[in-house]
Design a binder for this molecule. Structure first.
Ligand code: F0G
Length: 460
């Protein structure tokens, strides 16, 4: 028989493994009940395959581990800071760097420096911590993502794009002075890891330039976004991920970054900007919230590992295997007829809980119930990304009712094997076959901020 296609595989081999505890169905049933049916409240020991998040869960390379030994733990002016600064300039091209302990630390500083009470911050779909920091600084987030993003079955390849008409209308209504910046996430997490096209970014730059509005990236998964541009956008097939990443940054004025995703580290982040005044104010504030401007809450060794991770993250072979693994799981789900968000995005598979559990109303938290059922079935830990994550409208007090009610199977980088992907897919299929038995939940404890982390539920 003639070979029709050649498989890809990881551009690394495994040097060390972490042993896992295997659990029984009875143990898992007890564990999830004790966790209030919230997968965030499970003990990680009780989890077999941990798909809660791709954040801080990557496997570092031997280069990164050896970098830890080069940590310069001076309070001020650590040489690892200068190495990180150089990596940021080389790969992203911004002028100034302020390290922070993770992405939300940078979001806090940026929001405090740039947002005044009453300001509007348009963005391509909200992200939990980003929006909260904008609100705490007195601003209002307004979603200007294209409508396709809210439709889990729409196959448009760049569902992260900004709807320029929506943005234009917003500028006309409120005036450019009320809009300090447009917040653009690459990729869009809550839409399913959906990318933004280069064309959209260029057009956005033209529009905002005309009105003197800045663009601030959330470039947490920028290398993954670049991969989709390389694969699907005209004119980019022959460009490297590194070149595409750098081009994206040229259309923007600064960025917040969680190094815990793309950059393959367990902790770390930064704020990067081109404007000297913004930099000066931010480097004043970072001292209050994070630490001196040359460490921002990180150890020297953390900055070293992040600098190396940034460089590894933009290698074409790495990204091909990273997204290749996500696509492999996506194909398995599709073959089994599981309703998932399409096209498959960068960092995981998002199950459409509305179609999976049509008998559970959104106020009964279908995605939360599904994530709990999946854990009970196999020890696979997923995360709710629906009504619980969306929280409440601070003005009306009612829940936000997001169109997307999803369970996210987030794939850590360089951690699990293809056999793990098979086990995950089989477990989802088993739960799907028994879906009619799954009931909704009642929220019995609700924290005030970012409730999804600590809320507790009971079965209805
Ligand atoms: N922006 C995006 C798009 C994110 O996905 C995250 C984190 C952050 C900002 C905040 O970064 O965690 O370093 O403070 N996302 C994680 C997740 C928590 O599971 O999706 P952080």
């Amino acid at each position: 028989m003639k070979l029709s296609k050649r498989s890809w595989a990881e551009p690394f081999k495994i040097k060390m493994v972490e042993l896992l505890k295997m659990t029984t169905a009875a143990q898992r049933e007890k564990a999830i009940k004790e966790a209030g049916y919230n997968t965030f409240l499970l003990k990680s020991e009780d989890v077999y395959i941990d798909l809660l998040t791709d954040s801080g869960t990557s496997a570092m390379s031997d280069q990164q581990w050896s970098g830890l030994m080069l940590g310069d733990e001076a309070y001020a002016g650590s040489k690892n800071f200068y190495k990180l600064e150089q990596a940021m300039k080389n790969f992203y091209g911004y002028k100034y760097l302020i390290p922070t302990h993770q992405g939300r630390g940078a979001e806090n500083i940026l929001s405090q420096v740039m947002i005044k009470k009453g300001d509007i911050i348009p963005g391509n779909m909200y992200f939990t911590t980003t929006r909260l920091h904008q609100e705490l600084a007195g601003g209002t987030f307004i979603d200007v993502i294209i409508d396709e993003a809210h439709d889990p079955e729409n196959l448009f390849p760049f569902k992260g794009n900004i709807d320029l008409n929506k943005l234009n209308t917003l500028i006309k209504k409120h005036g450019a002075k009320k809009i300090p910046y447009v917040c653009v996430a690459v990729t869009v997490n809550l839409a399913g890891g959906q990318p933004v096209s280069m064309k959209n970014l260029k057009q956005l730059r033209q529009l905002t330039h005309k009105h003197g509005i800045k663009i601030m990236l959330d470039m947490t998964r920028i290398a993954e976004n670049a991969y989709f541009i390389q694969q699907h956008e005209n004119g980019y097939a022959k460009k490297s991920i590194a070149a595409i990443v750098k081009e994206i940054c040229t259309y923007t004025d600064g960025a917040t970054f969680s190094g815990k995703k793309d950059a393959l580290v367990n902790i770390g982040g930064f704020l990067a900007v081109n404007d000297k005044k913004i930099y000066e104010e931010a480097s004043n504030l970072v001292v209050v919230y994070e630490g001196l401007h040359t460490y921002g809450g990180l150890a020297g060794r953390d900055m070293e590992a992040m600098a190396i991770g940034i460089q590894e993250s933009v290698q074409d072979d790495h990204m091909k295997a990273r997204i290749g693994q996500v696509m492999y799981l996506g194909d398995k789900m599709l073959e089994a007829g599981i309703p998932i968000v399409l096209p498959v995005g960068g960092h995981g598979i998002f199950i459409d809980a509305k179609r999976f559990l049509p008998h559970v109303k959104q106020v009964q938290f279908p995605a939360q119930a599904l994530a709990a059922a999946l854990y009970a079935d196999s020890g696979v830990r997923a995360m709710e990304r629906g009504i619980v994550s969306a929280g409440r409208n601070t003005k009306t007090g009612d829940h936000y009712y997001p169109k997307l009610e999803l369970v996210r199977l987030t794939i850590p980088r360089r951690v699990y094997t293809q056999a793990h992907m098979d086990v995950i897919s089989e477990s989802v299929q088993h739960v799907y076959e028994n879906r009619k038995k799954i009931k909704g939940l009642n929220m019995v404890y609700e924290p005030k901020y970012l409730r999804f982390f600590q809320a507790r539920f009971q079965k209805l």
